[in-house]
Design a protein around this ligand. Structure first.
Ligand code: SF4
Length: 498
């Protein structure tokens, strides 16, 4: 393949003073911490054109020298008693069993259409070995078990899952309902390893009630899920939130201690994203907003949570994910996340409402990288799949500068960007493209530029959203002005809570 090249003149380098001011502004604002989706944010993506046939053909020529990961969102439904659990920014809709079944039927149809064998386009997706597959979305384990089993069978027919890690995400109680029927359905899908991911958020009953999640299960039900998962040879992970309004460190530590005592293999720690205008239910409540810790205290709580888990023998695998040391050294470590944060070596294909695909193709000996996002509304998604066999709503074709930013913002969640890999991907050291920004970030003690890698400091981990936003600023400003979009602070990607 011909080495990559810049397709257009890069934006002129800004002055150090203006970059420092931009960074200070970002660090003073709300922090998103997770960098879940990488560059660019959805607003910078184009609405998909009607040339679906051409695009589907392009999808079918993924080279097979990259690892393939698959994200499946069976439906966008969940049923908390407080809208969006108070804090959630992820697309979700109120649960209705018939709608869920109908949506799963269309996800199966999307999988079949996009993996249809078309020899004229080369090997395609059909039968491709999958490294890791993740069932996520609103509340994936709320899928009716028989529909989930059908979806699993269709994926096992379309792909080779025998060496895959499978993850199933959801709320604790639904892993147990109907005599653990969803676990039986999950265990019926061929795989190398299976893991559960539970949205616990906190074990504090008062906070669970405030979130409208009391019926999702308290400590005893969570413990039962961990036992059920381990009895079936599965590993199990929990999401915990820190920096809830008015919450002291002792409360946060108690949640971490409980998670460890219950035997979780992985603990994902999330800083609560809450500020006026984020669009969640809690963002309308001045009292809650007034009780939020400032960034200095929130960062200190993050440091304490990190230190607590490291002292307990966990290894930090990414910005948010901590794994027990022995597990992290084994084949059973969390591969889906690791690969999704290794964009130069993996393709990601997504099915279902709001699913994201990020794929690489060779076009006339040049690499082309494309991101696509599916429609998120269940009815609109179903209508699109019924009509076209696909439901992509937006796409983004990466120019050279965009690929650099994608690489940085997708790799930073693994805490370091390898400079040798960066040079081989882009033909130059990252200091050539981002000299001023890196200087400002080093001065603010957010990153360290070592000879082998750019590393986030502990403080930089908390301010990762500011780091990514600063690196993307120049390019985002140009794209916004070209597309006449309003300016905003969230430059690296949208918030995503599960
Ligand atoms: S946090 Fe989970 S259960 Fe709550 S609204 Fe969001 S997707 Fe639904």
């Amino acid at each position: 393949m011909i080495p990559p090249f810049k397709t257009q003149t890069a934006a002129p380098a800004p002055s150090l003073r203006s970059v420092q001011a931009d960074l200070a502004r970002r660090m003073a604002g709300p922090q998103r911490h997770r960098l879940l989706q990488g560059y660019p944010q959805v607003a910078l993506m184009r609405s998909s054109d009607p040339q679906r046939g051409a695009r589907k053909a392009r999808e079918l020529v993924l080279s097979d020298d990259r690892a393939l990961i698959v994200g499946v969102l069976p439906h966008p439904f969940c049923n908390p008693q407080v809208r969006g659990c108070g804090f959630c920014t992820f697309p979700h809709q109120p649960y209705r069993g018939d709608d869920a079944r109908e949506t799963v039927r269309h996800v199966i149809a999307e999988v079949a259409a996009r993996t249809r064998h078309r020899p004229e386009f080369g090997p395609g997706l059909r039968g491709r070995e999958v490294e890791a597959l993740y069932f996520g979305g609103g509340t994936a384990n709320l899928t009716p078990p028989d529909a989930f089993a059908e979806l699993g069978a269709s994926l096992a027919e379309a792909f080779d899952l025998r060496r895959a890690e499978l993850s199933l995400e959801g709320a604790p109680i639904y892993f147990l309902s109907r005599h653990q029927a969803i676990l039986d359905a999950f265990a019926g899908i061929p795989a190398r390893h299976r893991r559960l991911s539970m949205g616990v958020q906190t074990f504090d009953p008062a906070w669970l009630a405030r979130m409208g999640r009391a019926h999702f299960g308290e400590r005893e039900q969570v413990a039962e899920v961990v036992r059920a998962a381990h009895a079936r040879g599965m590993t199990v992970s929990c999401d915990l939130m820190i920096n809830l309004p008015g919450q002291g460190w002792e409360d946060q530590q108690r949640d971490l201690e409980t998670a460890l005592s219950l035997g979780f293999d992985q603990v994902c720690v999330y800083h609560l994203v809450l500020f006026r205008g984020v669009g969640t239910e809690w963002a309308k409540d001045p009292e809650l907003l007034g009780q939020l810790p400032d960034n200095a205290l929130a960062c200190e709580n993050w440091r304490r949570a990190r230190a607590f888990l490291l002292e307990a023998g966990f290894v930090q695998a990414s910005l948010t994910n901590f794994e027990r040391g022995a597990l992290h050294q084994s084949e059973r470590r969390f591969r889906y996340e690791e690969l999704s944060f290794t964009p130069h070596a993996s393709d990601a294909v997504g099915f279902g409402p709001a699913a994201i695909s990020l794929t690489h193709h060779e076009v006339v000996c040049q690499q082309q990288t494309v991101k696509q996002v599916n429609l998120s509304d269940a009815a609109a998604y179903r209508a699109a799949v019924a009509a076209h066999g696909a439901a992509d709503a937006r796409d983004f074709v990466y120019a050279f500068e965009d690929r650099e930013l994608l690489h940085l913002t997708r790799t930073l969640p693994r805490l370091a960007v390898d400079r040798t890999i960066y040079r081989s991907e882009f033909g130059a050291d990252l200091t050539q493209s981002f000299a001023t920004e890196l200087r400002a970030l080093e001065q603010a003690e957010l990153v360290r530029l070592d000879p082998d890698a750019l590393r986030l400091t502990e403080r930089g981990m908390f301010y990762a959203d500011s780091v990514a936003g600063l690196l993307a600023q120049r390019r985002v400003t140009r794209l916004r002005s070209r597309r006449r979009l309003p300016s905003g602070s969230n430059d690296a990607g949208p918030v995503h809570m599960g």
